[in-house]
Write a protein that binds this ligand. Structure first.
Ligand code: GUE
Length: 284
């Protein structure tokens, strides 16, 4: 078998085109504000891509760039101002934050109705309790890609590699809600390769370049690679050894061009959802 390569870039473009159409029919432009602190170069690329995609789809989007020395109090005051601004539907504070700022305090300060990252404990709790809320962008994008790849989710054995607050845990909730049999494995798991080999759907989200080798992958598995690691040569590499996985998997996402573009498209989808919900408009 040689795997079908899941074209996340193309799926993301279609999703964004659909959002642009819906926005064009609205009497207002959904507002997104991205807050970037300091000059982490990786954040720079992400913020630029997002701004470009948001503007092209018709959002009222802007990035607020503050210096690396910004205090937590200054950032919290900015968030309070954005929470109170009726033109702002979505707020994203780019992570990681400098060490003088507590990320937990910042995440909890964002109005849950504008929390387009889905990181606020209220939204995490809603997801875990199967109530409607804003869902973290990367796991939401993974669910889009699984549907696109034609995965049969009910009853499927899914393994999530990684238990982070921003990917692994919400991924567990979404796969479980879709009736998968989900196992979450992590750095303390005994025999990671054996656990991964049981997966019909494998979602790798650990941030370790090419950790998942060919022989960790069951024949015919669908492999979603969330990892975006920068190699010594500056190139992006996923968490999965792509060339080794190709002959075993049924379908696999590439890095770049897989999950990354979907994260941005889902951020825009969340911003539109937040804008409609805040105005008590129907979601479709
Ligand atoms: N509050 C917050 N929310 C985030 O969602 C968030 C964050 N902070 N901090 C940083 C990470 C990283 N992230 C990426 C999203 C898209 C690509 C992406 O589009 N990648 C392209 C390649 C881009 C390139 O060439 O560098 C791809 O995979 O094809 C990458 C990285 C969102 N993050």
């Amino acid at each position: 078998m040689t795997a079908t390569i899941i074209d996340g870039k193309a799926v993301a473009e279609r999703l964004r085109a659909g959002l642009a159409e819906r926005i064009a029919a609205l009497p207002f432009r959904p507002g997104l504000r991205v807050v970037r602190i300091g000059d982490d170069p990786a954040s720079g690329v992400y913020v630029r891509n997002k701004d470009r995609a948001a503007m092209a789809a018709g959002f009222d989007s802007a990035t607020i760039h503050l210096p690396a020395e910004t205090s937590e109090a200054t950032l919290l005051a900015l968030i309070a101002r954005l929470n109170a601004d009726p033109a702002v539907d979505g707020i994203l504070v780019q992570l990681p934050l400098p060490s003088q700022i507590r990320a937990d305090a910042v995440i909890a300060a964002v109005d849950p109705a504008k929390d387009v990252d889905g990181f606020h404990p209220i939204n995490a709790g809603r997801l875990a309790s199967r109530q409607p809320g804003l869902i973290p962008c990367t796991p939401k994008g993974v669910m889009h890609l699984l549907r696109e790849a034609g995965a049969t989710l009910p009853g499927a054995r899914a393994v999530v590699l990684g238990r982070s607050q921003i990917v692994g845990r919400p991924m567990l909730q979404l796969l479980l809600a879709a009736d998968c049999t989900v196992t979450v494995v992590h750095s303390r798991t005994r025999d990671l390769p054996a656990e991964c080999r049981r997966a019909e759907i494998l979602v790798a989200a650990v941030g370790q370049p090419a950790l998942v080798r060919g022989d960790w992958i069951a024949e015919g598995a669908i492999v979603i690679d969330v990892g975006i690691n920068r190699g010594a040569d500056g190139k992006l590499i996923g968490d999965v050894a792509f060339a080794e996985a190709l002959p075993r998997a049924a379908a696999i996402t590439p890095v770049p061009g897989g999950v990354g573009p979907m994260t941005i498209a889902c951020l825009l989808e969340n911003t539109l959802e937040a804008a409609l919900a805040r105005r008590s408009l129907p979601a479709e």
